[in-house]
Design a protein around this ligand. Structure first.
Ligand SMILES: [Zn+2]
Length: 236
């Protein structure tokens, strides 16, 4: 078992040396995804604001048309006053003039409010477009630099893990599997024991286990933290 444990210890050491690289390789796509999400959010907000602006402009046209109509009504009513043949007719035409004037004032006020809303919306839209362009730029440059960084990391990883397959082949498959499972959930899945303590969890190991570790007849795990433990005498 000694040879196998030695190979496992080397394998774990190799994997540990690539741990930071693995973490970075995992983290890069996550950061990119977050950036893409925020660009997407900005794009959605931009589309909403454009829609709101279009609606306000449509409303402006509508109110403008109504204002024009009321103005024409006012002119017609004024003519009626001039041509009235009785006081009753003149009074009715006068009321028509007033009604049109009131409606025109309301339309004008409404147009003023719409104009302000359009102005505010146009300003915030410009701001939003700037944010969106900036975010797109950041995303693009991040995508490029990430690509370069990934290539660099992959190369480093390849160098660090050069010969890993050959080492893994020296370790019995069930042990490799057990190691891989442990490694997925814990750092330093294989530890070298130098005294009576587990360097992973700092707990004291049973004396009998320390003796068995030195015999190296089988694979042992720390009874407290489950890490695979190998005595330093076995690998020296
Ligand atoms: Zn432990």
């Amino acid at each position: 078992m000694r040879e196998e444990l030695l190979a496992l210890a080397k394998l774990a050491e190799m994997d540990d040396s690539a741990r930071d690289i693995d973490a970075e390789l995992k983290q890069i796509p996550q950061s990119l995804e977050e950036l893409r999400d925020s660009v997407q959010t900005l794009e959605t907000m931009l589309a909403q604001e454009r829609q709101q602006l279009a609606e306000a402009e449509e409303l402006k046209v509508q109110q403008g048309a109504e204002l024009k109509e009321r103005n024409e009504g006012l002119q017609r009513a004024r003519k009626k006053i001039a041509q009235a043949s009785s006081i009753r007719e003149a009074d009715a035409a006068e009321r028509e003039v007033e009604a049109n004037r009131r409606a025109m004032r309301e339309r004008e006020e409404e147009l003023g409010r719409i104009g302000q809303a359009i102005e505010a919306k146009t300003a915030s839209l410009a701001e939003r477009e700037k944010d969106f362009d900036e975010a797109k730029g950041v995303l693009q440059s991040n995508e490029e630099s990430s690509k370069a960084r990934i290539a660099e990391l992959e190369e480093q990883r390849g160098q660090l893990l050069n010969g890993r397959d050959e080492l893994a082949a020296k370790v019995p498959k069930p042990i490799v599997k057990r190691y891989e499972r442990l490694k997925a959930g814990i750092t330093n899945a294989v530890l070298i024991i130098k005294d009576g303590n587990c360097p992973g969890c700092r707990m004291a190991l049973p004396p009998q286990l320390t003796i068995e570790l030195q015999r190296a007849n089988e694979l042992h795990q720390c009874p407290h933290c489950r890490r695979i433990i190998i005595h330093k005498n076995v690998i020296d």
